[in-house]
Design a protein around this ligand. Structure first.
Ligand SMILES: C[S@@+](CC[C@H](N)C(=O)[O-])C[C@H]1O[C@@H](n2cnc3c(N)ncnc32)[C@H](O)[C@@H]1O
Length: 219
């Protein structure tokens, strides 16, 4: 029997987010190490903000290096998961729920040595204006000479493949459960138009039942 749970937004996706991230990113130390080149310029007690924190692996990795870490996200559930992981790992991390444009309401200008907005995050801002507003908010919070670390999906590679279904070719095992992950890409004709990505995480149990969670994301 297949049960299909259709959910919306990162709030709902948070519960199954680990099936979407790589083994390397699941491990806090490894996730933080992937930024060794930029982290090397910081003092050991640097004040860092990660403003789309997801489920908190980077937070724990950064705190483990002795940094003063603040984690924010628009999704309450993501912020909760970051707080839970930090507590479980005994990492000292402050968490705040905030959209990018709300960041200046929570923090003074010139507060952080480094701001992270990594993985596939910034493209969720609404259009060019939304991206500029988000970047302006991040920029205000950086100290003079501070750095913004921004990474993103390579849309130059995603777009040419057009609208399509990408079905994972391996089971992903997390928390003792296997899942198949499926992405449905809805690629708009123009760069500036809304692109949609539906993600399905189909978890299988030992008895053969399938629990499929589906979420629609907008970029
Ligand atoms: C693909 S996840 C990346 C999470 C994390 N950075 C990582 O690398 O695992 C995108 C994140 O951006 C957050 N996000 C989306 N729109 C946002 C907004 N307007 N303001 C702040 N965070 C946002 C989502 O809630 C989600 O946690």
């Amino acid at each position: 029997m297949t049960e299909v749970v259709v959910v919306g937004g990162y709030d709902a996706l948070a519960e199954a987010y680990e099936w979407l991230i790589s083994d390397a990113k699941l491990a806090p130390v490894e996730f933080a190490s992937s930024f060794d080149d930029v982290l090397g310029v910081l003092p050991s007690n640097a004040h860092v903000l990660n403003c789309s924190c997801g489920t908190g692996q980077l937070a724990v990795g950064l705190a483990g290096r002795g940094m003063r870490v603040v984690e924010t996200d628009a999704s309450e559930a993501m912020v909760r998961r970051t707080a839970e992981l930090s507590e479980k790992c005994r990492a000292s991390v402050r968490t705040v729920r905030a959209n990018w444009h709300e960041l200046p309401d929570h923090f003074d200008d010139d507060t952080f040595d480094m701001v992270f907005c990594v993985d596939n995050s910034l493209h969720h801002a609404e259009g060019a204006r939304g991206r500029v507003a988000a970047l302006e908010a991040m920029s205000r919070l950086l100290r003079r000479g501070g750095r913004l670390v921004l990474t993103s999906r390579t849309w130059e590679l995603v777009r040419p493949r057009g609208t399509r279904l990408d079905i994972g070719d391996r089971l992903v095992r997390r928390n003792g459960r296997n899942a198949v992950v499926v992405y449905r890409w809805d690629i708009a004709p123009n760069w500036a138009d809304e692109h949609r990505t539906e993600i399905v995480i189909a978890q299988l149990d030992a008895a053969g039942s399938v629990l499929a969670r589906s979420e629609l994301l907008s970029s």
